[in-house]
Design a protein around this ligand. Sequence first.
Ligand SMILES: *[C@@H]1O[C@H](CO)[C@@H](O)[C@H](O)[C@H]1NC(C)=O
Ligand SMILES: *[C@@H]1O[C@H](CO)[C@@H](O)[C@H](O)[C@H]1NC(C)=O
Ligand SMILES: *[C@@H]1O[C@H](CO)[C@@H](O)[C@H](O)[C@H]1NC(C)=O
Ligand SMILES: *[C@@H]1O[C@H](CO)[C@@H](O)[C@H](O)[C@H]1NC(C)=O
Ligand SMILES: *[C@@H]1O[C@H](CO)[C@@H](O)[C@H](O)[C@H]1NC(C)=O
Ligand SMILES: *[C@@H]1O[C@H](CO)[C@@H](O)[C@H](O)[C@H]1NC(C)=O
Length: 716
Amino acid sequence: MRALSLFLVLSSVAEAVSIGQRRKIVQSFNVRRTKSSDSTPLQVGNGNFAFGADVTGLQTFKPYAIMSTWGWHNFSLPTTPGQTSVDDYTGLQMWTHGRLVPYEVPNPAQNDISNWLRENPHRLNLARVGFDFGRKDVTEDDLRHKSQELDMWTGRLSSSFVYDGSPVRVETWADPNSDTVAVNVNSKLLRRSLGLFFDFPYPDKEKFNAPFVGHFNLTSKHSTALDQQSPNTATIKHTLDDTTYYTHISWSGHGNINGPTNGTHRYTFTSAQTNNVRLTITFSSAPNPEPTPYPRVTAASRAWWNSFWARGAFIDLTSVHDPRAHDLQKRIILSQYLTTINSASSYPPQESGLVNNGWHGKFHLEMTLWHTLPFARWNHADLVRRSQPATYEQILPAALSRAQAQGYAKGARWGKMTDPQTGRSAPGDINALLIWQQPHPLYFAEVEWRAATAKRGRRGSSGSAAEETLARWDAVVTATADFMASYAWWNASTGVFDLGPPMYPVSENTDPNATRNAAFELAYWRFGLDVAVRWKERMGRPVPGEWVTVRDGLAPLPMADGTYAVYEGIEGMWTSNETTNDHPAMAGIYGLLPPPASGPPLDMDALKKTARKIKELWALDFSYGWDFAMLAMNSLRLGDPEQAVEYLLHPIFQFDDAGYPVGGSRVPTPYFPNSASLLVATAMMAGGWDGDEGKTGHWPKSWEKHVRVEGFLPAL
Ligand SMILES: *[C@@H]1O[C@H](CO)[C@@H](O)[C@H](O)[C@H]1NC(C)=O
Ligand SMILES: *[C@@H]1O[C@H](CO)[C@@H](O)[C@H](O)[C@H]1NC(C)=O
Ligand SMILES: *[C@@H]1O[C@H](CO)[C@@H](O)[C@H](O)[C@H]1NC(C)=O
Ligand SMILES: *[C@@H]1O[C@H](CO)[C@@H](O)[C@H](O)[C@H]1NC(C)=O
Ligand SMILES: *[C@@H]1O[C@H](CO)[C@@H](O)[C@H](O)[C@H]1NC(C)=O
Ligand SMILES: *[C@@H]1O[C@H](CO)[C@@H](O)[C@H](O)[C@H]1NC(C)=O
């Protein structure tokens, strides 16, 4: 509370970053391309829907995706006897503290249904929309003077090129309020040969579909049908097994849609009597959605993006002389645009957002923390509310029955890799034994409580926002903490509560049967139970005794060689490259998490030595990118903002020309937890944290006087 009131005082004297200045900064990073990228599109979108374009502003030469949060598909179930139904799947039992517990892992005796459950449902690429030049052999090289600009201030993608001596100008927009892309084309060629094509793919079983999703040559596996309803509208119905959805196309002036071309699902739009055509293309699972006229899409897009940039928190590094500040500013701006389009959805996003598919388009609940936290930290509560706590409420029944089937006394065990349709945990050894996703709802709840009470202070209002927050999260908070208390296991010989075995720690690379008391998970259990206890106290309700008993009896954080260790009893902590690999989660106990509010304090010398050892010995070239942001946050709390900036600009932590986070050696591009984590770390640089004595910023010395920030609350 002390830190909060300090913040409120400081924020009233902090210099605002004017709308004009924000606009100048945002637009200075507008993306410009003169050819299509082989790995990333330029996108317009709204968080639940996005359209990926090549250099033509459509998908003419590169079939980048059009994806949504609702477009999913199942392949038919296996026909193998005994594996023809989801209910046939049993998973496997594993010894867990002297009893056999069923886990959702692949069962070798049930390979077909295990695989089916992992691969289904999978996310669909809805369609491809491109220019039809009236002949088949046109390539990108046949276009001259190609140029495009993505204006992040309005959400407009402008593209132009010359074909056959004639200029073509294209604008591409997405509607913030529906799954609609709007396209404006200006060209004399429209009177001659230029048209637009629409094509429809069928999905495949690959875990990663990147950079493109689906196949356009599996035409016999699915069907399409054209219904031209009026001279200005047409609907194409696409049926893939049990999935059906509709593409509604409206246009200005005269036009016609024909197709499909023999043996394909390709339709062609032509408009012979004009130099200008405006189309809106709406995707929906319902046959007749209300069409959104072109001017409404463009006006809504401008208004939405203007307000996004004007109302959000802001960091202005333009007066800092260090060239690194420019790179960091660029990453900050582009990451905000891209995470909003790709991750601000009604369900947690997949790691590749709406660009392409990873893990079949499913989402990982442990990554939800990275994906969603930036919106909370950058003052976009409306975007957090899209999925929180609704997603947890929706999958609560599945999580409660998982915990019950596993014989735990109480609570909800959150799965890992899942989808919005079934809430199942996809069969997988790691999926079933990872536990650090469990306390996430408590982190979200606490951050939201923070925002609600800070506002109350400023407005001096009744506190109803705080009460509403307490009530809204209470069921999820309770079920989450109940499971955490049930899961911790009383080890009578050591007299402490153990976590695991079996378990996978954050780094997912240890022997689960030997992994006990991983450092980050223990710290996170304490943090989570502290939040849950406070939650009940704030509500004036009794605190379940077992929450306190478990919290106060948790095993101590494991140490090795004067540092924090991955888990208790790990061998060769700093001498084997097996143990200095993957996510360095020990940096999270003082980076992502605040110091403990209960129990023994952290050992500052050990934290510093751990940070030094990670810097010297960790195999960072094999890290997933959000490790760099976690290490940066750890550096900040350890008082080393210089090192934090170095981590955030580390040569392995890469973003491409359009700001897409490069996947690196282990996952395809883009890998959005990188962008999100960069925003969480920079919010901490700008807003500080509780107990940092009200410092307004944590920047390298030479930056301090020149940075301007607005709208941040302190981190936990
Ligand atoms: C896929 O099948 C599951 C049942 O296993 C069902 O809940 C889900 O709605 C189906 N999704 C689609 C797109 O057919
Ligand atoms: C862990 O132990 C279970 C038996 O409970 C066994 O089936 C499994 O293969 C072991 N896992 C590893 C990675 O050794
Ligand atoms: C079908 O298209 C895919 C790309 O989507 C390609 O890899 C494959 O070779 C094509 N198959 C045939 C028979 O053309
Ligand atoms: C249409 O496609 C079928 C099979 O793909 C082919 O046999 C037939 O010749 C095609 N007809 C035309 C007019 O192209
Ligand atoms: C109790 O903890 C000790 C130390 O971590 C461990 O070696 C032992 O296996 C645990 N006991 C049981 C029954 O798991
Ligand atoms: C560990 O180091 C050895 C020797 O440098 C190397 O061959 C091996 O690939 C490394 N293992 C990992 C997991 O990085």
